[in-house]
Design a protein around this ligand. Sequence first.
Ligand SMILES: Nc1ncnc2c1ncn2[C@@H]1O[C@H](COP(=O)(O)OP(=O)(O)O)[C@@H](O)[C@H]1O
Ligand SMILES: C=C(OP(=O)(O)O)C(=O)O
Ligand SMILES: [K+]
Ligand SMILES: [Mg+2]
Length: 596
Amino acid sequence: MHSNHLLLEEPIRMASILEPSKASFSAMTKIVGTLGPRSRSVEVISSCLKTGMTVARFDFSWGDAEYHQQTLENLKSAIKGTKKLCAVMLDTVGAELQVVNKTEKAITLKEDEKVVLTPDQGQEATDAILPINFAGLAKAVKKGDTIFIGQYLFTGSETTSVWLEVDEVKGDDVVCLSKNSATLAGSLFTLHASQIRIELPTLSAADKQVISSWGVKNKIDFLSLSYTRHAEDVREARDFLSKLGDLSQTQIFAKIENVEGLTHFDEILKEADGIILSRGNLGIDLPPEKVFLYQKSAVYKCNMAGKPAVVTRVVDSMTDNLRPTRAEATDVANAVLDAELLKHDLDWIWTLGFVVWKFEIWFGLGLDADYGRGGGRNGFIRFEEMGRDRVWAWHGVGVDENVSWLSPGCDAILLGAETLRGLYPVETISTVGKICAEAEKVFNQDQYFKRTVKFVGEPMTHLESIASSAVRAALKVKASVIICFTSSGRAARLIAKYRPTMPVLSVVIPRLKTNQLKWSFSGAFEARQSLIVRGLFPLLADPRHPAESTNATNESVLKVALDHGKASGLIKSHDRVVVCQKVGDASVVKIIELED
Ligand SMILES: Nc1ncnc2c1ncn2[C@@H]1O[C@H](COP(=O)(O)OP(=O)(O)O)[C@@H](O)[C@H]1O
Ligand SMILES: C=C(OP(=O)(O)O)C(=O)O
Ligand SMILES: [K+]
Ligand SMILES: [Mg+2]
């Protein structure tokens, strides 16, 4: 049933884990890097691109348009120099609360001491009073509520973030008790009031101004819509973009940062082009024990919808350190391998009937059924199903058993403070990329494929059927790449949805279009937008090739794609390659075997 190239499905020797990984193609999972003070020179950006950053995020919570423009000019030089394509993401401020610290002096807060949050921005920030950019906080919170303040948001370093408890509301001011001691140093501290509705628009006037100037000028590929709380937020942003010329092609990634957004996840997912699981904020809005469950179900829903899922805040500690913590290193891999542990997975568990049986014997012998027990070798996961009492499934997350429950998770990892102001932006990208690449090797593609096909149901659309067949064929013949011709990007995205284990070269065929004033080619947006999708590697075809596919044009475009694959080391002599293209009116999947 399982394909045999999955690491965890074979009895693996522990020692083999230590063998260096074969030099292979870079990770299929993409990396979004936030560019800022530590990552804005041409030199550093070039290294980021070479190490695997494919999307550059410009966070307008921090820095003005001129500052970001200089960074973007450097990014363009770096792209030219390295010949690495990179997409641009504009991240809005949205309903973000901020402490206004005009003097930029460090502020030291002490455990058990009081500090007042005031909307009076004329006041100077001190350890007794912190002016904030929002007048409505006193109305929104009550005694006992939790508020967090941190520099570029709770970087994991205890001394730069503070946890407050609301003690008293006094007029427009909120008096808080500090739960820990911390020094807030730097120019930007954001403030997060847990599970509190903040009556601020998701797209602020300042955001609109930035999008219609900086955004339009730079033809942004992605809008990262901070604090998306309702589907309507996405619709409004879409409407706004649609009136801004080229930005009608900009994709909207809804950032889910609080419980309000989480509650409306399904509707938001329908409207958005992708989701950013903003664990920085959400991680403190939710009780800690619920964070993983949100992540697993949100990623699963994105996967099934074929929309990119981006996970944030994976290696906070690398902001100041060269190595991640072991928890962070494992977390990155888990984001890539996120499995869905919900009820309808039971079909699959029953395929492991012997295992359940084996476990029941153990259970019968009176072994403790706690999670995590198993002679130091295995892990237990509990599943429940309606109609039956508890079902306990044993499964080996490890060493020598013939099971694998791992299925692919996110499309991309978003690095924030680590690249923006961290000491090791390039090393962080490299470390995260390496962990992703290792994790990708062990997921159960076969299982995932079947589940996705089942989820989609029948009848499938023609294109989805072609896309899934291309992935199936590629796996069966062990193709080294899938080459997909695409104009709108749709076909390539559908192939990526089935998470092939080999890279997908998406050959974007430009189309000539007009707005009645001038001619232009489509394709650039589509190509860059695939840079956030797991497994997609875009290639822009020559615009002189007509979009109408004939055998002759198909052959010449294919030759360019194959040459590109060979030059980049993806394709070798005698490799098999699966091609997805249109011949005349018909979409076809063909398998070619290279000679030399
Ligand atoms: N210019 C082209 N030449 C050959 N095949 C193409 C071309 N553009 C798209 N295809 C193929 O057509 C089908 C539809 O792809 P899709 O990405 O939806 O294209 P579009 O939406 O631009 O028509 C897929 O099989 C795809 O591989
Ligand atoms: C990335 C996040 O948001 P921000 O823009 O505040 O960094 C987050 O909350 O995880
Ligand atoms: K932001
Ligand atoms: Mg956030």
